[in-house]
Design a binder for this molecule. Structure first.
Ligand code: 3NM
Length: 522
């Protein structure tokens, strides 16, 4: 029986979760907020109570035309006339359950490995509950913590054959994590149909609002894979170039806010770049402030250039707030391989949230990708390049494909990828490499574009990089004013400002014939 699995509520009547409120009230509020399935899960009550509660829940769910699923207990599901059952790996087998359930009953099964998922598929499960995504206090006896990448492997194992079951993920999913789960778990052949939650709704002060917010974030996070491309006969570089002026106009007209958790060496410069280029900077290393700032639909930059013992927990709070609002987060893992503290910080941050863009030099991207092979970075500079051009392009692509985001590997040539398309950007000027903060400010401007142009992250970051690097070329060309890196800085700010003014007036003269980009086919 087809079932809408978008937002699957699993009940829990334990005091720690329900906090003394009435189960039926919480479930009805959640239904008003848009949950599409309700599972009655109660591990402790006697059979009589289970049946009575299930019947009462069913009377409510029916009013909302939402199926009621009973956890573990086929007998209770039948007695209460529920639409289906959910079985764990240690419960009655799916085959046995089908024998006694009505013909059109929904049967779901918990899986935590590809093999279990394949078996459930062969046995004709209507859906699988894939878990455990993240460690959760709601259920501590979980088998495997698989993360969103483990979930993707299971979806790959199921495939997209006809009759394949629906799929929801479960475990530690809430408003902060749901976006990354939906985006990062997506296999090329199959995406999650939705997510299952307990505490994110059952413990919420306002279960209706919690369900509404989750439901909105889930729908926003569905995106096609591989990214929608124009007609293959069209050259990608030409197509993207043709879109850039429009994307720049959108950014400068919107004048977005960008929240920078940025290193103290470059904070002043990055703020000036923001003002000149046409967006509002706020510099705040204080994670709790992100709750208030994230509501403005701006972007967040995590730049760990001057990491302190307090930075990582503050970053994590801010990332959670921006992820919860579905607003873009840029990660600039400055000096990622320089010290063991930074290497650990990268690992914690990558596990702790979703980054729409990871921007770094070759050494940093290598570290994030996990290929540093113990070659420590000295300081925050990229160090000696060890990769050929093709290897750089491939690493940017592979990291982006793994993370389901966009990667910009900066250098004399920048490599930009969304995991499928790879664009080499040849614009820029060597003075950019001789002024501190130029790389970091590129992260900031990328956040401004990502927040105002959400249809295609790769195009947003490309537009940011081109504005930035064409401004640098224009500044360096002003020989009457610019003699070296020192005089380059004010000229660069002026040129950013000139592009912003031109874009505000709807002109794209600044851009015509200037983009030096090529599509790399790997
Ligand atoms: N099943 P929360 S994890 C009921 O991994 C359940 O199969 C899991 O609770 C599994 O949404 C889980 O509060 C609890 O994290 C999920």
């Amino acid at each position: 029986m087809p079932v809408n699995l978008s937002l699957y509520l699993v009940t829990d009547s334990t005091p720690a979760i329900l906090k003394g409120r009435d189960l039926f009230w919480v479930v009805e509020e959640a239904l008003k907020g848009g949950v599409t399935v309700v599972q009655y899960r109660d591990k402790t009550s006697d059979t009589g109570v289970l049946i009575e509660t299930a019947k009462k829940l069913h009377a409510i769910t029916r009013r909302y035309n939402v199926p009621l699923i009973v956890n573990d207990r086929v007998d209770v599901a039948i007695a209460a006339g529920a639409e289906g059952v959910h079985l764990g790996q240690d419960d009655m087998s799916l085959v046995e359950a089908r024998k006694i359930l009505p013909k059109d009953a929904i049967v779901g099964i918990s899986v935590s490995t590809g093999e279990e998922a394949v078996l459930a598929t062969q046995q004709g499960a209507d859906y699988v509950g894939i878990g455990t995504l993240f460690a959760t206090p709601t259920k501590t006896n979980t088998k495997n913590i698989i993360g969103s990448l483990g979930c993707r492997e299971i979806l790959e194992a199921i495939g997209d054959k006809e009759g394949a079951p629906g799929a929801v993920a479960i475990g530690g999913i809430n408003l902060s994590t749901v976006r990354r789960v939906m985006i990062q778990s997506q296999a090329t052949c199959k995406a999650l149909d939705g997510v299952a939650v307990v505490s994110a709704i059952m413990s919420a002060e306002d279960p209706k609002a919690a369900a509404e917010a989750l439901s909105k974030r889930i729908e926003e996070s569905r995106q096609p894979l591989p990214p929608r491309l124009p007609d293959p006969s069209v050259n990608q570089a030409d197509y993207l170039s043709s879109q850039v002026p429009k994307v720049v106009q959108t950014m400068v007209s919107a004048h977005p806010l960008v929240h920078n958790m940025i290193n103290y060496v470059v904070a002043n410069f990055a703020a000036n770049v923001a003002l000149a280029a046409g967006f509002s900077p706020i510099m705040s290393p204080y994670g709790d402030e992100a709750k208030d700032l994230a509501i403005h639909n701006g972007g967040l930059v995590i730049n760990m250039g001057t990491l302190t013992s307090e930075s990582v927990p503050e970053y994590l709070k801010a990332i959670a707030a921006y992820n919860a609002h579905g607003n873009p987060v840029v990660f600039d893992p400055v000096g990622a391989g320089a010290t063991h503290i930074r290497r650990a910080a990268v690992e914690t941050l990558m596990k702790g949230g979703y980054f729409d863009l990871i921007k770094g030099n070759e050494g940093e991207i290598k570290q994030v990708f996990g290929q540093s092979k113990g070659v420590a970075q000295r300081g925050v500079d990229s160090g000696q390049s060890t990769l050929s051009d093709l290897e750089k392009a491939k690493m940017a692509r592979d990291l982006a494909r793994r993370e389901r985001n966009v990667v910009l590997m900066t250098g004399a040539v920048d490599y930009l990828s969304d995991g499928w398309r790879v664009i080499a950007i040849h614009n820029g000027h060597e003075f950019l490499g001789q002024v501190t903060g130029t790389g970091c400010s590129l992260g900031t401007i990328a956040a401004a574009f990502l927040t105002t142009y959400r249809e295609d992250k790769l195009l947003a970051v490309l537009a940011a990089a081109l504005v930035y690097e064409i401004a640098a070329e224009n500044a360096a060309a002003a020989k009457d004013r610019v003699r070296g890196p020192g005089s380059f800085v004010p000229a660069f700010l002026d040129e950013l400002y000139a592009i912003r003014e031109a874009a505000l007036q709807g002109s794209d003269a600044w851009f015509i014939g200037r983009a030096k980009i090529e599509e790399i086919r790997l």
